[in-house]
Design a binder for this molecule. Structure first.
Ligand code: PLP
Length: 425
């Protein structure tokens, strides 16, 4: 292909794939195999010692899965990417090479509910911890960093409350502290934002959502910018010191900007086994081909519906960063200039009960614990995704008792407004 820098719409269809070298198949085949025949004993030995890159066993790599990793990597402008079985797996895979018992992550208070639980509860079992702070308060972020901090973690468009993270400012804080900024870009997608351009070191995705887009399979991805210096500070020995399981190989010395990605495959997937399967990669590859078209429609619908809700007298507040009334509106034009996504919350004057009643009456909106589907979805976080949190934490997370979360799909906006109007009555 030419050396011209290809546009997003071209990359989402072509990146990471070429006609199948064996059969000429134009679409990426689903390589439904667990293992790959070695050419000879020497070939096998080279593969096992990471002296040659190739396929050994599908817990590590698989051609269909690699095609997806390479495509997401191209869309995010990264140096390497690894896919895994879910978005939550991606978060563990992103942190695993960086953390040791006693280490912490400085994380935003405004995160996906499941992420708050993973960070605050399950991390403890690894001896890790998370320090949650308000990421609009840059001094608080700086103050939370200590000698045992190994990463700073936030979401581009924070789920669920229509909050935009100032990635440029957070990237600068991370840089001056010598720490990687990890950004969960699930709700923005690479079409609306490329966190690496704003200073992110690693980008994580739940491909379960918009990237697949059709609500069929779970998956995750970690994209590495390839620009972080893992060696100088001595804080990341897994990447910068000899690895006993590979004859003392040093990932940074051996693989340079691909060190993180090689480590994630050769150690992370090998030993944690949170691997994406080729069927899932196939569904996600199908979805990604139309990502930009879907995101344009998601954003257009979300703008229309959020404006309508904001003008309705049954509504207390709408937290969509794409509304000029949002405190995050200006930030959105810098961080996500193509739009503020399609996920926002709406607070009902009628309180908790009005939320429960509205969810029950909606017909086009499905009541599910998912987001980023072509279908419009609704959930009441306080009684579901965020029910593990205390009332104070709920409010901090933007998910108070009278709050509904809407994930606007790509149906006709007029039909969605009619459905909401009827259900709110
Ligand atoms: C869904 C989601 C996750 C978790 O992803 P799974 O694929 O469900 O494991 C993490 N972060 C965000 C922002 C999400 O929406």
């Amino acid at each position: 292909m030419t050396d011209r820098k290809l546009g997003f719409d071209t990359l989402q269809v072509h990146a990471g794939t070429e006609p199948d070298p064996t059969t000429g198949a134009r679409q990426v085949p689903i390589y439904q195999t667990t293992s790959y025949v070695f050419k000879d004993a020497a070939h096998a030995a080279r593969l096992f010692n990471l002296e040659e890159v190739g396929y050994i066993y599908s817990r590590l790599t698989n051609p269909t899965v690699m095609a997806l990793a390479n495509r997401i990597c191209a869309l995010e402008g990264g140096a390497g990417a690894v896919t895994c079985s879910s978005g939550h797996a991606a978060q563990i895979m992103a942190l695993f090479p960086l953390m040791m018992p006693g280490c912490n992550v400085v994380a935003s208070t405004r995160l996906y509910g499941g992420t708050l639980t993973q960070f605050s509860q399950t991390f403890k079992r690894f001896g890790w911890s998370a320090k949650f702070v308000d990421f609009d308060d840059f001094d608080a972020v700086r103050d939370a960093i200590d000698d045992n901090t190994r990463a700073i973690f936030c979401e581009t468009i924070a789920n669920p409350g229509g909050v935009i993270s100032d990635l440029d400012a957070l990237g600068a804080i991370a840089k001056s502290a010598g720490l990687p900024l990890i950004v969960d870009n699930t709700t923005a997608t690479p079409y609306l934002c490329n966190p690496i351009k704003h200073g992110a070191t690693l980008v994580v995705h739940s491909t379960t959502k918009y990237l697949t887009g059709n609500g069929t399979v779970t998956g995750g991805c970690v994209v590495d910018s390839g620009t972080f210096d893992w060696a100088t500070s001595g804080k990341f020995p897994s990447l910068s010191e000899p690895e006993p399981a590979y004859h003392g190989l040093d990932f940074v010395d051996t693989f340079g900007p691909a060190a993180f990605t090689f480590h994630s495959i050769a150690i992370g997937l090998r030993d944690l086994g949170m691997t994406m399967n080729p069927q899932a990669a196939h569904y996600t590859l199908m979805g990604i081909e139309t990502l930009s078209l879907r995101m344009q429609k998601h954003v257009q619908n979300a703008r229309e519906i959020a404006s309508w809700l904001e003008g309705d007298d049954r509504i207390e507040a709408v937290t969509y960063a794409g509304l000029p009334s949002s405190p995050y509106y200006d930030l959105q034009t810098r961080i996500c200039p193509r739009g503020a996504g399609a996920l926002f919350t709406v607070a009902l004057k009628g309180g908790y009960q009005a939320c429960v009643d509205t969810v029950a009456k909606l017909e086009l909106f499905s009541h599910v614990a998912n987001l980023g589907d072509t279908r419009s979805l609704v959930i009441h976080p306080a009684s579901t995704t965020h029910s593990q949190l205390t009332e104070a934490e709920l409010i901090k997370a933007g998910a108070g008792p009278n709050v509904l979360r809407l994930s606007i799909g790509i149906e006709d906006a007029n039909d969605l407004i009619a459905d909401l109007d009827a259900a709110l009555s």
